[in-house]
Design a protein around this ligand. Structure first.
Ligand code: ATP
Ligand code: MG
Length: 233
């Protein structure tokens, strides 16, 4: 059995993850190299589900930082109306500001055309150095779609994936559906489940229902002040 970079096992089943101790032992042969988590998403709006998986990944894999990357044009949502990228970026900045290990990147917000993860990871390698280890953090739904992403074969050699549990999605399905060659690049991560999505938050806001506690207070204030997700829009 191959031991993962941070003491996680690549072959461990989803079922056994809950029994792992609180902090993995560092077995990294190169602990001096920078380990960066990359948390991609549309963040329309960013919510506590995103923050929880990013923080849990940071802790479990001892990441030096997690960079949130709001997509400029999410390639997987071509027909869906999405909120202006600057609003989504601002909300992400507000949501991440109280965590010293979190930051928000403008890399995809500023890049024209569809926001492909391969381009973003290539850029991060250029900025932080080729030896920097990148961990792309996703929820269970997103990892299932990974083969439909742009240049998946190239992508899998540019980073490791951290696939977090998400209520309503079966992470075990990932093991059945994805080829072994891809699974070798994925670490599974069990996180406290939060059964919310940005879609649901947009509907709640439009219906005048509370979003308090589901998004950070600063994000809620931003949504109110900028009249986002209002039904009359
Ligand atoms: P939408 O409903 O608009 O698709 P979303 O809540 O799925 O929004 P995204 O911006 O699409 O949010 O997701 C960004 C990443 O966060 C994806 O990898 C997704 O799987 C993950 N994610 C989102 N919400 C959760 C959640 N509640 N639990 C775990 N992972 C989540
Ligand atoms: Mg989504």
């Amino acid at each position: 059995m191959e031991v993962g970079l941070r003491g996680e096992s690549r072959e461990e089943g989803v079922e056994s993850m809950a029994s792992q101790g609180p902090r993995p032992q560092t077995l990294d042969p190169r602990p001096e190299t920078l380990a960066i988590g990359v948390m991609g998403g549309t963040f329309d709006p960013i919510h506590i589900g995103h923050l929880i998986i990013a923080e849990e990944a940071r802790y479990r894999f001892q990441l030096d930082r997690v960079i949130f990357v709001p997509a400029g044009i999410p390639p997987h949502k071509p027909d869906e109306p999405i909120t202006d990228r600057e609003h989504r970026y601002q909300m992400t900045v507000l949501a991440t500001q109280d965590n010293p290990a979190f930051e928000t990147s403008r890399i995809e917000v500023e890049r024209p055309g569809p926001s492909y993860t391969v381009d973003t990871l290539m850029e991060f390698k250029r900025i932080y150095g080729e030896e920097t280890r990148l961990f792309f953090i996703t929820g269970a739904d997103a990892i299932l779609e990974i083969l439909t992403w742009h240049q998946p074969e190239r992508l899998r050699f540019m980073c490791k994936f951290i696939a977090a549990t998400r209520p309503g999605y079966n992470l075990g399905e990932v093991k059945r559906k994805l080829p072994k060659a891809y699974l070798e690049h994925i670490f599974f991560l069990e996180v406290p489940g939060v059964h919310i999505s940005s879609t649901e938050l947009r509907s709640r806001a439009a219906a005048g229902m509370p979003i308090k506690y589901l998004v950070p207070a600063a994000v809620e204030d931003y949504i109110i002040q900028n009249h986002l997700y209002r039904a009359e829009k």
